[in-house]
Each structure stands twice: as structure tokens, then as C-alpha cells.
Ligand binder design. Structure first.
Ligand code: DGY
Length: 319
């Protein structure tokens, strides 16, 4: 029997149905998260290791990359890679792959779940019924707002942003977007100014990449432009929104509603958001369906296998 190929796994894939088991079955896995001293573990087990598997929540720092002199590929589970030091990897010629496309529909569906939950007070109403508040047939909870026919602003019209926009047509919404550049291949109006997009929109959905290029892109000014009747939805990354400014705007009524799947310091969620009935909160579950999570692990494993067979990952991140 040939020895299994050794790989490094940065963290446990708790949110993926079978990724841990499949990796353990087919590879000699160094389970980095189980070692109290990561540096010592990498020094002891990292020699000769050419592949590392990770995810955006586990990350892969320059320190880890530096500790692995033979590393040639980083295969990540998930589409986001802002916690992987891609530049440090590229300097060494290390390939980095992620799992795009397979999660697009589920993340877009969840964005729509959040839009509807916020506007139609679905989460609020659910809490109201469960806690025994429902005493009269009509007039029980504050009125929500109509979704159909309203104005949908999308920040970041990549794959997920476009899937959200497409669903907007089903609700007869006018869609506009803001991003790094105008696209010629979409039927939506481009707004060069994010502030102007926010001032126009009823619903502003954040679907950008994370990382330094979008840190606090949704600033106090943008939030206030969206205004007391506006709703912000975030299915991208928490730090894209200035969370302190968001809390303040919600508390002072300068912003109407927020529906959030991601947070600036997740899994920490500010108490002020938890206490606010105009806020819908989810625990970062954009891609969390059985089908999609399986496809994510399939693609991560396919990247890993392809690298070992051909020396090339299938879906490299494009920087
Ligand atoms: C991603 O793909 O980056 C998601 O956040 C993981 O669910």
C-alpha cells in the first residue's frame, strides 16, 4: 500500500457535510487546529508538504506560508479569500484556489430571504407569535413595507450580485449597481457614486468582496443616504459596513432596517443590533445548504486532486 500524501488542514470543516472525513480518508492530514503551538507543529510536520487546505474563516497567513518551504498550492473552501495572504503566496509561485459559482444561487437566495424578512417583518412576526404576543387578528405588529416594484441597489455586481439582481426582476424591481467599474454586459444602470446609489435605493444589498479594498465602504455617509425608509442587506463580509455607524443610524432612526448575515467581528454581534426589532440577524449561512456545501467540498477536493495530478488547480483565484 502506498503512503497517503501529506497535507496541512488549517481548521475543521464543521459546516461541511463530509469534508473532514473525505480528507482524512484520502490524505495524511496534519490537523493544525489541534496543535496549541501552530508554529511548532508546522516546523515538525510541514517539511515536504506541498498542499494546504483552508477556508476564509480559517485563513492562511504569510506566517504559515513562510513556515512551509515546500508549499505549492492552497486550496480553499468557499468563494471569499480575504484572510488568505494571496500576495505572499503569489510571491512564492504558490497557486491559490477557491470554490466560486457553486454557491452563487444559495447566497443570492438568502439575500432575498433577508430582503423579505426585513421588509415584511417575517422574523419579527415569528418572534411575536412564539412569545404569545398575538392577541388581535389585525394591527398586531407595525406595518412592513412593500417589496415588489421597489428600487434595488446592489453594491458589487459580480456573480452573486448578478444573481441577486436577476431575482429582483421577478419582483418587478428596478435595479442599479455600484462597483469598481461599469459593466457592458448587464441590463442594469451603473451608479458611479455609491452615495447616490444609496440615496436612490429602497434596498441596498452588499455583495462585494471583503478585505482591505472594501473595508467600511458602507460608511456613515452611505448609510445616512439610504435613510429612514431604507433597508441595508449584507451577505458579503461584515467589515464592508462600518458597524458602529450602522448601529448608531439604526438607533437614531437615520436608517430604517438592516438584515445581516455577516458582522464586523463575527461571531460577535453587538447587543444593540440584537435589541433592535428593525434588524434581522443570521449566523453567516449564505452558502449553508446541504447541496451547496457538498458542492463546495467537491470543488475544493477536485482542486486538490487536480493539483496533485497535473500541477494545476482548477479554479485559481484571480487577483
Ligand atoms: C464564502 O464562500 O466565502 C462563504 O462566506 C462561506 O460560507
Amino acid at each position: 500500500m502506498t503512503a497517503k500524501h501529506r497535507i496541512i488542514q488549517v481548521g475543521s470543516y464543521a459546516g461541511s457535510p463530509t469534508a473532514n472525513d473525505r480528507l482524512a480518508r484520502d490524505y495524511d492530514v496534519v490537523e493544525l487546529w489541534k496543535y496549541p503551538d501552530r508554529k511548532a507543529a508546522l516546523a515538525e510536520h510541514g517539511k515536504g508538504v506541498d498542499v494546504l487546505v483552508t477556508s476564509a474563516s480559517m485563513g492562511c497567513t504569510a506566517e504559515i506560508i513562510d513556515a512551509l518551504p515546500d508549499l505549492k498550492a492552497i486550496c480553499s473552501w468557499g468563494v471569499g479569500y480575504e484572510t488568505i495572504d494571496v500576495k505572499a503566496a503569489q510571491r512564492r509561485g504558490i497557486q491559490v484556489s477557491n470554490t466560486p459559482d457553486v454557491l452563487t444561487d444559495c447566497v443570492a437566495d438568502l439575500a432575498w430571504g433577508l430582503i423579505l424578512a426585513a421588509a415584511r417583518r417575517i422574523a419579527y412576526g415569528d418572534r411575536f407569535v412564539r412569545t404569545g404576543g398575538w392577541g388581535q387578528v389585525h394591527g398586531s405588529i407595525p406595518l412592513g413595507s412593500r417589496v415588489s416594484g421597489k428600487k434595488l441597489g446592489i453594491v458589487g455586481l459580480g456573480r452573486i450580485g448578478q444573481a441577486i439582481a436577476k431575482r429582483g426582476s421577478g419582483f418587478d424591481m428596478e435595479v442599479r449597481y455600484h462597483g469598481r467599474r461599469r459593466r457592458d454586459d448587464v441590463p442594469y444602470t451603473y451608479e458611479a457614486s455609491l452615495r447616490d446609489l444609496a440615496a436612490w435605493a429602497d434596498f441596498l444589498v452588499v455583495a462585494t468582496v471583503g478585505g482591505p479594498s472594501t473595508f467600511h465602504l458602507i460608511s456613515k455617509e452611505v448609510i445616512e443616504a439610504l435613510g429612514p425608509k431604507g433597508t441595508i442587506v449584507n451577505i458579503a463580509r461584515g467589515p464592508v459596513i462600518d458597524e458602529n455607524a450602522l448601529v448608531e443610524a439604526l438607533q437614531t432612526g437615520k436608517l430604517g432596517n438592516a438584515a445581516l448575515d455577516v458582522f464586523e467581528h463575527e461571531p460577535k454581534v453587538p447587543d444593540a443590533l440584537k435589541a433592535n426589532d428593525n434588524v434581522v440577524l443570521l449566523p453567516h449561512i449564505g452558502s449553508a445548504t446541504l447541496e451547496t456545501r457538498l458542492e463546495m467540498e467537491n470543488l475544493m477536493l477536485a482542486n486538490l486532486e487536480a493539483f496533485l495530478k497535473t500541477g494545476k488547480v482548477l479554479t485559481p483565484v484571480v487577483e
